[in-house]
Design a protein around this ligand. Structure first.
Ligand code: BG6
Length: 453
């Protein structure tokens, strides 16, 4: 067979009929196809237990997406717990390569419940799907959705288990927040604008607050959410990753290895929360109506979480850090607000990274109000992606996630060490909150994050 084209691929999506695939993966693949960004040698194989056809699956997405993907998707019906079915899957992949006369990279996307990652990865390994085609010319990669583990211990177990079948260089732990254009811009903004580098420490900054506020509820994911909650769903991964890229030291080189090294150092320097301090540094809430929605009137699962943290290094020692997220709040917005220390009597300046929507960066400044007296007023200096770059929409994060998986770039994925370091940060809170519902605030849908205490 011929040598593998650099970005060729067979993308196998486990859970092709699921919510993630319908809402994010298939639309992202269709957008990539529409822009001619998919490799020439590329095919999507969707696996499901159900008896469905490619047309059935494409019937669930927009007609534009269906038109782009028609002819590129084939369905393999399989039970992901049965070894024999993996042999059948392997024969399908081998056959496609035989037909095309080329070895193709294999990408396994696990869009399935987190509890099944371990067994599925084991079976990918035992059936030989953890290596490329027979001739060893191509790579095999596995892409795994968050949450990676349920707590520190289960994350450690899962990491050890997956290691038996895949090497770290083959594992892509997805955190789609890192793939958002605006999140990546934080690094560019920080490290290529010297005026900000000069004030990026506790000498100038007093507070960093990262808020991910959603208006949606649990959207039919009751079983998943009920056993997950906001802390595991958002804080342990998306918010800690955003905090890490906002506060890490400048990597010597802006490549995958160096960025991961600095992010890890930062995550490891966040001070551990003592069990007896959890109540003091955290808050949790549940939107009114949630318990009925998930069919568990006694539910203590939080749909809102706030955590106050400190970084134990010289640069950030005295700075207050707050991470907060919630569902059914007053607005959909993810932002990082950096508040600079104010001189006595003056209003602090703030710098705001608007991750979404209306992506951009603002700085609040004091300006003299026009007129003959000396009144001042707060004004905003704003950079908006849409205006500056004439873009109506940002590339979807999942386009980037899939593209990087296809081309084998691990920069925007979480390493096993980062996953562990992040679980270590939230571990005490996970434990305390699992004991009982003490301190759980019930909030009305539409409440602003800042009002939940
Ligand atoms: C996912 C969470 O990781 O991110 C969901 O599991 C959440 O609960 C979603 O709704 C939000 O992503 P985005 O890109 O729409 O902000």
């Amino acid at each position: 067979m011929n040598k593998t084209p650099l970005t060729s691929g067979l993308l196998v999506i486990f859970g092709i009929t699921g919510d993630l695939s319908r809402r994010y993966l298939l639309p992202a693949l269709s957008d990539l196809a529409a822009q001619n960004l998919l490799p020439e040698q590329f095919e999507i194989i969707g696996t499901t237990r159900r008896r469905v056809t490619a047309a059935d699956v494409l019937g669930q997405v927009s007609s534009e997406a269906a038109a782009q993907l028609a002819g590129r998707l084939r369905i393999v019906q399989m039970d992901p717990t049965l070894e024999a079915d993996y042999r059948a899957l392997k024969s399908t992949l081998d056959r496609i390569e035989d037909e095309r006369g080329v070895c193709l990279n294999r990408l396994f996307y696990l869009s399935i419940p987190p509890g099944t990652y371990g067994p599925v990865v084991d079976l990918l390994g035992t059936s030989g799907l953890n290596t490329g085609c027979q001739h060893g010319e191509a790579d095999s990669r596995v892409m795994i959705e968050k949450p990676f583990g349920y707590d520190l211990e289960s994350a450690r177990e899962l990491i050890a288990r997956i290691k038996h079948s895949f090497k770290e260089s083959q594992i892509y732990r997805i955190d789609h927040y890192l793939a958002k254009e605006t999140a990546q811009n934080i690094l560019v903004f920080r490290f290529t604008n010297p005026i900000f580098e000069a004030v990026w420490d506790s000498g100038s900054i007093q507070d960093i607050t990262i808020t991910a506020s959603e208006t949606i509820g649990v959207e039919g994911r009751a079983a998943f959410y009920e056993s997950t909650g906001a802390l595991r769903d958002f804080v342990q991964n998306h918010l800690l990753q955003l905090l890490a890229i906002t506060t890490m030291e400048k990597p010597r080189v802006l490549d995958s290895d160096h960025i991961h090294r600095e992010k890890l150092k930062l995550l490891r320097s966040i001070r551990k929360i003592k069990p007896n301090k959890v109540a003091e540094v955290s808050a949790r809430g549940q939107y009114r109506g949630y318990a009925e929605e998930v069919g568990n009137p006694d539910s203590t699962t939080e749909t809102f979480a706030r955590l106050k943290l400190r970084i134990g290094n010289e640069r950030w020692n005295e700075v207050n850090l707050t991470l907060q997220t919630g569902k059914r709040l007053n607005k959909r917005s993810t932002e990082i607000v950096i508040t600079f220390a104010a001189q006595q009597g003056s209003t602090p300046n703030t710098l705001r990274f608007r991750i979404q929507p209306d992506e951009g960066i603002d700085i609040d400044l004091q300006a003299k109000k026009p007129g003959l007296d000396n009144k001042t007023e707060q004004v905003e200096m704003a950079f908006t992606y849409a205006e500056s770059f004439g873009l109506k929409t940002q590339p979807n994060a999942y386009e980037r996630v899939l593209m990087d998986g296809i081309r084998g770039d691990q920069t925007l994925f979480a390493t096993s060490d980062e996953v562990i370091a992040s679980w270590e940060i939230v571990e005490a809170v996970v434990r305390e909150w699992s004991k009982n519902g003490d301190g759980l605030t019930i909030y009305d849908p539409g409440t602003p994050a800042a009002n939940i205490n």
